[in-house]
Design a protein. Sequence first.
Length: 443
Amino acid sequence: MLGGGRSSVGLSAEGVAAAEAAAAAEKANDILPYQSVVKHFYMHGMSQGIVATVIVGNFVVSILEKEYDPYPPDQQINPQLWIVLDNIFNSIFLVELLINMYGSWFCAFWKSGWNLFDTLVVLVGVLSISKADLGAFSDLKMLRAFRVFRLFKRIPALNKIITSLLRAIPGVINAFVIMLIVMCIYAILAVEYFKNFGNDEVFWTTEQYGIGDDAIFVNSSVTSLSVRGMRYGEEYYGTFSRALFTLFQVLTGESWAEMVARPLLFGKPEWDSSWSVFGVATFFTTFILLHQIVLVNVVVAVLLDKFVENEPEKKEEGEGEEEKPAIEDTAVASATRASAALTDAPLGAPASSDTASLALELRQLRAEVALQMEGMNQVRAQMERVLVIVAQQQGALPAEALAPSPSLPGVGGKAKALSLAHARRGSEPADAAIPFKAASLQS
């Protein structure tokens, strides 16, 4: 086995060499002076934490301004305070954007959608500092309220949620389309049947007093004008768009029964018949059942399904046990190719770019193999310590138990000791011989 007898000092040297080689390769790709150094500084956890703190601070200041001084600039109580704070935050964000742009220049910066969003928001802030007259585009200053979105790029948990939502959007589009189609059908029916309700500015309802033969029915008129002075049917169901919004109000559950449905139930529509009240009740009941009980939950189910779909992919990437031989074969092939290129090169000949890259690749592969071997040796040592503990729990051991066991290569005499201990136990179950679970050994 390669590197089986290497010392930890040698392995550390290989690791340092690999790190230096990787840094040298990254530095060779720099377009600007010290670009890789600037990028590492910007991507450092502390730097990202400082930027996230500034973003949260700017968000809190915006909230305080709109809470305690929500007036036009010429009527604010402390206008200079908000201007100074805004200029400070804009300057910090401008410096942060320039550092990010320098470290990721050129293509890597513009390929990121988050960087494009940062550039747009910071550009609006720069225009605010310069007091430029934007004219018809003055509303672009409102983009400053969206600066807090930049926080999603720097906090992994928030970034994961936003990314999962964006990935789930294509999957829920079909469910949204079904909801919209059904709602449009109901809106068309509502315009057809409810548009002319209350056109006389009143609607009639019947009240019953008493029961049986003594029952008295009294017709009462109720105003059909809304609080806005419009006729009920015209305001809520006069056009397709109004009916669609009214049904959306029903879907949200906001005062729909009192303001939207009950006037139709207790009124006396023009199509006066025995099924009019039953038809209105069926209309709204089926709408609620279809949308709020069925279709909304379908959207939630599809959305959750898209969230869960990412987990198996990560698991498959993490398993990789069956792909190890292929990866090792690729590594060996790369190492052989690099060695052959170095061997075939004439002594003293200048190294070509291909030869230099292959040599760098060979050094990196050697470092990776050495690190893997160090990890395997540590795991083997832990297994041997566990086997000794297990063997001691089985009782006294004969002297030959400590000798190397040729039948158990790579583990040593301690594994044979455990085998002899189990042989002495006879037919005792494995669970009784070992008082702890295999999962503990794996951990």
